[in-house]
Design a protein around this ligand. Structure first.
Ligand SMILES: Cc1cc2nc3c(=O)[nH]c(=O)nc-3n(C[C@H](O)[C@H](O)[C@H](O)COP(=O)(O)OP(=O)(O)OC[C@H]3O[C@@H](n4cnc5c(N)ncnc54)[C@H](O)[C@@H]3O)c2cc1C
Length: 128
């Protein structure tokens, strides 16, 4: 059985491919946030100075500014003008890492989410 990964790096950098389980323990709780939409980004930013490790998860590597989708549909804006890389948005937030993966399940009892890249353990979970 696959062991759930833990995210315990003291100053997590924006590396989504490093195996989280190998990171050194800090004793800080891990907050997993599912979705880098308006809600998820706001939650991540609110925790920027909190003594926690934040793991933000999204199936895409960009945040989409949905209210301006119509401008793209009417050719007034280019798609890249309303989609911004999540890592760029959070690059100065040292307690946060971004992982691009699809969430496929939740094990609330085991405090972990399942993703297409394996499980991620959490102490606290925020999902839309
Ligand atoms: C065309 C359009 C115009 C809009 N205009 C306005 C407006 O003018 N004013 C206004 O207030 N609101 C507007 N809205 C609504 C507003 O965009 C939404 O209310 C808001 O985006 C919701 O934010 P959210 O963070 O809850 O979800 P979302 O922004 O939808 O973000 C959810 C994120 O979770 C990710 N995700 C979902 N499932 C998974 C999974 N299984 N694994 C990994 N990642 C996952 C998605 O990729 C996404 O990035 C508009 C919406 C649309 C579509």
């Amino acid at each position: 059985m696959t062991q759930p990964a833990t995210s315990t790096e003291p100053r997590a950098v924006l590396r989504d491919q490093a195996p989280v389980a190998t990171r050194p323990a800090t004793g800080r709780p891990t907050v997993v946030i599912v979705g880098a939409g308006f809600g998820g980004l706001r939650a991540a930013r609110a925790l920027r100075k909190a003594p926690v490790n934040v793991v933000l998860v999204d199936r895409h590597n960009y945040h989409l500014f949905q209210p301006l989708l119509y401008q793209v549909a009417t050719a007034r804006l280019e798609p890249e003008e309303i989609a911004r890389p999540v890592r760029a948005i959070l690059r100065r937030q040292s307690n946060t890492e971004f992982r691009m993966t699809e969430v496929t399940g939740l094990d609330a009892g085991g405090k972990r989410i399942d993703t297409t890249d394996g499980p991620i353990a959490y102490d606290y979970l925020r999902r839309s």
